[in-house]
Structures are given as C-alpha cells and as structure tokens.
Design a protein around this ligand. Structure first.
Ligand code: F6P
Length: 375
C-alpha cells in the first residue's frame, strides 16, 4: 500500500454533537503522532465531489471539542455512487460520479479518507474502499441504529436533551392535568424513545419495534386516573406504527442516501387520543432538531475523541475498509461490510440495522416499572 502522508476527513449525514471531538482526535493524532497533513472536506461528499476543503492544523481544531455540529458542515445528500446529473434536456439522471472524487483526491495528494457518518455515509465509504482508496469509518448517529457497535457518538447528547425536555414537560403536564405526546427522532429504531423515555419517566413509550394499539394507550391513561395521577407523558418514536399499519412518511428526498424522512405520528396520535379521552386535554410537542444540536455531553466528547484517535492509528497500521467501534469500554474495529452489508445481493445501500429487542432486558425493565408500550 502507498505510504500515507495526507488524509481527508468527511463528516456526512445528519449532524450531531460530538462530531468536532472526532475531528479534534483525528487531526491531533495525525499531526502529533504521524506528522501527516490533514484536510477536511466541506459538507461531506459534496466537498469531495467539488474539491471544496479546508486545511486542518492544530490551531484549526483547538477549542472545538465541546461544540455541537461540525466545523466542516454536513450534508445528508450527495451519494456520489448515485449522483443526480442534469442532462441537456433538463432531465436529471443518476450516475456513478465517484471517479470525480478519486481524481480530486489525487490532485490534492490525499492518500486516505476517514469518513464519519451513519449507514448511508458509511455505505459510500465501503464503496470507496472497493475503489482501492484506504478508508476508515467512524460510527455517528443520534439514532444509535448502526449494528456492530455498542453505541454511536451523538446518541448520548440526544438522550440528555430528550430527558431534560421530558422533565420540563412533566411539570406543565402535572399543572394542567394534561396528556402530553412527545415525538422524538430515531428513524426506524426506537432507541431514543426507549432510553430517553425511561429516564424521563414516560408512562407510555411507542417504538417501531412494538406496534401499538391506540386503545391500550387509553387504558394506561385511565389506569393512571384511577391511581389519582391525572396526567400522562407519552413518548413516541417518529417511526412508531399501529398494529397492522406503517410508519408515517413525512417526505421523500430523492438525492439522499436514505430517501425516507419520517415524522408527524405524534400529531396523529394526539388527534386520535383527543377523540377517545374526554377528561384530559391532549397536547403535542415534537422535539425535532433540538435533539441534534448543542454542546456535546461528556460521554460523546470522550467516545468521539477516542474513535478519532483510534481511526488514525488503525489507518496508519495498514487498516482499510474498517470501522472503529465500541465494545464494552474498549474501542475496536470491524469490517465496514459487517456494518452496512456487502451491497452485492441486490440492496442499493444499507445493510442491517440495530433494532430494539421487544423481548430484551431494557423493554422488560420498562414494563416491570409499569411503562406501557401500547401492546
Ligand atoms: O439520522 C438522524 C436523523 O436525525 C433521524 O433521527 C431523522 O429521522 C433524520 O435524521 C432527519 O433528517 P433530516 O435532517 O434530513 O430532516
């Protein structure tokens, strides 16, 4: 393999807290330990395609560890292996434009990439590895849905935000004897709703892995009434679905690696409950993008930093086509294909997801303390 002298960082997909800690860890290790040059592509793969980057030196990454977002900016579009290209007649066709990215890297003398992202971004990382580009992935997403790692960075800060929001919603729910429906993100997995909901003392948690029956939610509210508790908190994952139904799609974004955007199920449930319950007002809050922003938690700073440091060590020890991951308290690594699938059997991008086990210990613990899942 060619000697690595210069590396490029990409932060792709939706942003989250902890990204800057990763950039900090990569850049400082690359410069201090290996004497490498480091650049960061702006707006993920968009920057790689347009050769838009900034030089990262020790000064550029100083003081950024706690900051939310990413100094490099992010984009959850721009799949360069299926990229929208305008034709002469105005129509758009999707083409593999990854050679443009490889040519840009060659022009700038970039020998390897460290790609920080969720399943869509890491699927492209796998494909760049197949084009003989040395690549290491770093697992990022507030959804915590990537397989092969105990945890992704960004998830913990979002949980803190959800828990804090639920604490606040609790007091107003109590004062007004209201049923409060709180929608959280998570795509097709229920980790944010589950862990945030338990810590925030939710009475009902609805997750995609356990389809709900609206009448069971009403039963729980009535049960609380009988106990003398005249309010309730219902945490709904954006991907939650009724028994026999589908998740509520908010939008389709064609040029995104993951085209489907969920959202709005909390509003639907609120309207339904309003017609089924006459002794409480029902109100709805969607926590939406506040779950993605803000100062990174101590956990996300640490795990992000350690992922970044280990990604560079792995690359410089000959690793490629791998993703750093967390197992217990250690940072290890795993082939990218074990995370996103090999993509060779028909699927266009993603491999498996890490789902909540409906019969697992965490759900059982929640049920033990009386939380309803609407099942
Ligand atoms: O994957 C992270 C995430 O925040 C999901 O929880 C959410 O469904 C999605 O991204 C929102 O995407 P966008 O930023 O395109 O609206």
């Amino acid at each position: 393999m060619k000697t690595i002298k210069k590396i490029g960082i990409i932060t792709g997909g939706g942003d989250c807290s902890g990204l800057n800690a990763v950039i900090n860890g990569i850049t400082k290790t690359a410069i201090n330990t290996y004497g490498l040059d480091v650049i960061g592509y702006r707006r993920g793969y968009f920057g790689l395609y347009h050769n838009d980057f900034q030089v990262l030196d020790l000064k550029a990454v100083s003081g950024i560890m706690h900051e939310g977002g990413t100094i490099l900016k992010a984009s959850n579009k721009d799949n360069l292996f299926n990229y929208p290209v305008k034709q002469d007649k105005g129509e758009t066709v999707y083409k593999d434009m990854s050679d443009v990215a490889v040519a840009n890297m060659k022009k700038e003398g970039v020998d390897a990439l460290i790609v920080v992202g969720g399943d869509g971004t890491l699927t492209s990382a796998r494909d760049f590895h197949r084009k003989n580009i040395p690549v290491i992935g770093v697992p990022k997403t507030i959804d915590n849905d990537l397989p092969a790692t105990d945890v992704t960075f960004g998830y913990n800060t979002s949980l803190e935000t959800i828990t804090d929001a639920l604490d606040k919603i609790h007091t107003t729910a109590y004062s007004h004897d209201r049923v409060m429906v709180v929608e959280v993100m998570g795509r097709n997995t229920g980790w944010l709703a589950l862990e945030g909901g338990i810590a925030g003392s939710a009475d009902v948690i609805l997750i995609p892995e356990i389809p709900y029956d609206i009448n069971k939610i009403v039963d729980k509210i009535k049960e609380r009434d009988r106990m003398g508790k005249s309010f309730a908190i219902i945490v709904v994952s954006e991907g939650a679905k009724p028994v026999g139904g589908e998740a509520h799609v908010r939008e389709i974004i064609e040029d995104s690696a993951d085209t489907v955007r969920l959202g709005g199920i909390g509003d639907i449930i609120t309207r339904q409950l309003s017609t089924l319950i006459d002794n409480h007002e029902v109100r709805y809050s969607n926590l939406a993008y506040i779950q993605r922003g803000g100062i990174a938690s101590q956990f996300d700073r640490m795990i992000g930093l350690r992922f970044g440091v280990e990604a560079v060590h792995l690359l410089m020890n000959g690793g490629t086509g791998q993703m750093v991951r967390c197992r217990g308290r250690e940072i290890e690594h795993v082939p990218l294909i074990d995370v996103v699938g090999d993509g060779l059997t028909g699927e266009t991008s993603h491999g498996g997801k890490k789902y909540v086990d409906p019969k697992g210990q965490m759900v059982r613990s929640a049920k033990s303390i009386g939380i309803s899942f609407g099942d």
